[in-house]
Design a protein around this ligand. Sequence first.
Ligand code: HEC
Length: 128
Amino acid sequence: MKLPIAAAAVTLALFAAPAFAQDIAAGERSWNKCRACHQLGENAKNGVGPHLNGLFGRHTGEVEGYSYSNANKGANITWDEAVFAEYIKDPRAKIPGTKMVFAGIKNDKEITDLTAFLKQFGKDGKKM
Ligand code: HEC
Protein backbone atom coordinates (compact mmCIF):
# COMPACT_ATOMS: atom_id res chain seq x y z
CA MET A 1 0.00 0.00 0.00
CA LYS A 2 2.99 2.32 0.41
CA LEU A 3 4.00 2.09 -3.21
CA PRO A 4 1.54 4.56 -4.76
CA ILE A 5 2.55 7.19 -2.25
CA ALA A 6 6.22 6.72 -3.08
CA ALA A 7 5.43 6.91 -6.80
CA ALA A 8 3.48 10.09 -6.27
CA ALA A 9 6.36 11.62 -4.37
CA VAL A 10 8.78 10.80 -7.17
CA THR A 11 6.40 12.27 -9.76
CA LEU A 12 6.03 15.43 -7.72
CA ALA A 13 9.78 15.78 -7.35
CA LEU A 14 10.25 15.36 -11.10
CA PHE A 15 7.74 18.02 -11.98
CA ALA A 16 8.79 20.41 -9.27
CA ALA A 17 12.49 20.39 -10.13
CA PRO A 18 12.53 22.75 -13.16
CA ALA A 19 10.61 25.32 -11.16
CA PHE A 20 13.74 26.10 -9.18
CA ALA A 21 15.48 27.46 -12.25
CA GLN A 22 13.05 29.91 -13.84
CA ASP A 23 9.40 29.91 -13.02
CA ILE A 24 7.38 31.68 -15.70
CA ALA A 25 4.14 31.29 -13.75
CA ALA A 26 5.72 32.99 -10.76
CA GLY A 27 7.07 35.61 -13.14
CA GLU A 28 3.57 36.28 -14.38
CA ARG A 29 2.40 36.89 -10.81
CA SER A 30 5.27 39.29 -10.35
CA TRP A 31 4.26 41.05 -13.59
CA ASN A 32 1.06 42.08 -11.81
CA LYS A 33 3.21 44.72 -10.09
CA CYS A 34 3.96 46.30 -13.47
CA ARG A 35 0.60 46.06 -15.20
CA ALA A 36 -0.82 49.30 -13.89
CA CYS A 37 1.75 51.11 -16.04
CA HIS A 38 3.10 48.68 -18.67
CA GLN A 39 1.59 46.42 -21.31
CA LEU A 40 2.78 43.32 -23.15
CA GLY A 41 1.43 41.33 -26.07
CA GLU A 42 0.27 41.91 -29.63
CA ASN A 43 -2.13 44.69 -28.69
CA ALA A 44 0.18 46.35 -26.19
CA LYS A 45 0.02 50.12 -26.07
CA ASN A 46 2.06 52.65 -24.20
CA GLY A 47 0.44 53.61 -20.92
CA VAL A 48 1.92 55.41 -17.98
CA GLY A 49 5.10 53.61 -19.07
CA PRO A 50 6.22 52.29 -22.48
CA HIS A 51 5.14 48.83 -23.65
CA LEU A 52 7.70 46.17 -22.78
CA ASN A 53 7.57 43.91 -25.87
CA GLY A 54 11.01 42.74 -26.94
CA LEU A 55 12.60 44.49 -23.98
CA PHE A 56 15.80 42.47 -23.94
CA GLY A 57 18.04 43.87 -26.65
CA ARG A 58 16.13 47.14 -26.68
CA HIS A 59 17.90 50.43 -26.00
CA THR A 60 16.61 52.84 -23.34
CA GLY A 61 14.10 55.28 -24.71
CA GLU A 62 13.53 53.33 -27.91
CA VAL A 63 9.76 52.86 -27.97
CA GLU A 64 8.19 55.10 -30.60
CA GLY A 65 5.42 57.38 -29.52
CA TYR A 66 6.28 57.19 -25.85
CA SER A 67 7.35 60.37 -24.12
CA TYR A 68 10.31 59.36 -21.99
CA SER A 69 12.01 61.49 -19.38
CA ASN A 70 15.38 62.87 -20.41
CA ALA A 71 16.91 60.69 -17.70
CA ASN A 72 15.58 57.49 -19.24
CA LYS A 73 16.27 58.55 -22.81
CA GLY A 74 19.79 59.63 -21.94
CA ALA A 75 20.67 56.58 -19.83
CA ASN A 76 22.30 54.92 -22.84
CA ILE A 77 21.58 51.40 -21.67
CA THR A 78 20.88 48.32 -23.73
CA TRP A 79 18.56 46.11 -21.74
CA ASP A 80 20.00 42.72 -20.96
CA GLU A 81 19.37 40.44 -18.00
CA ALA A 82 22.11 41.86 -15.80
CA VAL A 83 21.20 45.51 -16.37
CA PHE A 84 17.51 44.79 -15.97
CA ALA A 85 18.13 43.00 -12.65
CA GLU A 86 20.09 45.96 -11.36
CA TYR A 87 17.46 48.43 -12.57
CA ILE A 88 14.40 46.66 -11.23
CA LYS A 89 15.95 46.35 -7.75
CA ASP A 90 15.99 50.11 -7.48
CA PRO A 91 15.01 52.00 -10.64
CA ARG A 92 15.91 55.42 -9.30
CA ALA A 93 19.39 54.29 -8.28
CA LYS A 94 20.14 52.88 -11.74
CA ILE A 95 18.53 55.75 -13.66
CA PRO A 96 18.45 58.83 -11.42
CA GLY A 97 15.61 61.09 -12.46
CA THR A 98 13.47 58.36 -14.02
CA LYS A 99 9.76 59.03 -13.88
CA MET A 100 9.07 55.38 -13.15
CA VAL A 101 7.70 55.41 -9.63
CA PHE A 102 8.36 51.91 -8.41
CA ALA A 103 9.98 50.83 -5.17
CA GLY A 104 11.78 47.90 -6.77
CA ILE A 105 11.95 44.13 -6.40
CA LYS A 106 14.69 43.03 -4.03
CA ASN A 107 14.33 39.26 -4.32
CA ASP A 108 16.73 37.73 -6.87
CA LYS A 109 14.53 34.70 -7.52
CA GLU A 110 11.55 36.94 -8.24
CA ILE A 111 13.65 38.99 -10.66
CA THR A 112 14.81 35.82 -12.45
CA ASP A 113 11.22 34.62 -12.77
CA LEU A 114 9.98 38.00 -13.97
CA THR A 115 12.81 38.10 -16.52
CA ALA A 116 11.79 34.68 -17.86
CA PHE A 117 8.21 35.88 -18.16
CA LEU A 118 9.14 39.11 -19.97
CA LYS A 119 11.53 37.33 -22.33
CA GLN A 120 8.68 35.39 -23.87
CA PHE A 121 7.43 38.46 -25.70
CA GLY A 122 9.16 39.35 -28.95
CA LYS A 123 9.27 42.79 -30.56
CA ASP A 124 5.90 42.18 -32.23
CA GLY A 125 4.37 41.16 -28.90
CA LYS A 126 4.04 37.53 -29.95
CA LYS A 127 5.27 34.86 -27.60
CA MET A 128 8.51 33.43 -28.96
C1 HEC B 1 3.62 53.44 -11.47
C2 HEC B 1 3.93 53.09 -12.81
C3 HEC B 1 4.99 52.06 -13.09
C4 HEC B 1 5.13 50.81 -12.55
C5 HEC B 1 4.30 50.15 -11.46
C6 HEC B 1 6.24 50.20 -13.25
N1 HEC B 1 6.76 51.06 -14.17
FE1 HEC B 1 8.32 50.71 -15.45
N2 HEC B 1 8.18 52.59 -16.17
C7 HEC B 1 7.24 53.53 -15.79
C8 HEC B 1 7.49 54.78 -16.46
C9 HEC B 1 6.68 56.05 -16.33
C10 HEC B 1 8.64 54.56 -17.28
C11 HEC B 1 9.34 55.58 -18.17
C12 HEC B 1 10.48 56.15 -17.37
C13 HEC B 1 11.05 57.46 -17.89
O1 HEC B 1 10.81 57.85 -19.03
O2 HEC B 1 11.76 58.10 -17.08
C14 HEC B 1 9.04 53.18 -17.05
C15 HEC B 1 10.15 52.58 -17.66
C16 HEC B 1 10.48 51.25 -17.54
C17 HEC B 1 11.56 50.60 -18.25
C18 HEC B 1 12.50 51.26 -19.25
C19 HEC B 1 11.90 51.09 -20.63
C20 HEC B 1 12.68 51.66 -21.77
O3 HEC B 1 12.17 51.57 -22.90
O4 HEC B 1 13.76 52.22 -21.59
C21 HEC B 1 11.53 49.28 -17.88
C22 HEC B 1 12.47 48.19 -18.35
C23 HEC B 1 10.46 49.12 -16.94
N3 HEC B 1 9.84 50.33 -16.75
C24 HEC B 1 10.10 47.92 -16.36
C25 HEC B 1 9.13 47.78 -15.36
C26 HEC B 1 8.80 46.53 -14.72
C27 HEC B 1 9.38 45.18 -15.10
C28 HEC B 1 7.87 46.81 -13.75
C29 HEC B 1 7.24 45.86 -12.75
C30 HEC B 1 8.12 45.07 -11.94
C31 HEC B 1 7.60 48.24 -13.82
N4 HEC B 1 8.38 48.78 -14.81
C32 HEC B 1 6.69 48.90 -13.02
C33 HEC B 1 6.20 53.32 -14.92
C34 HEC B 1 6.03 52.21 -14.12
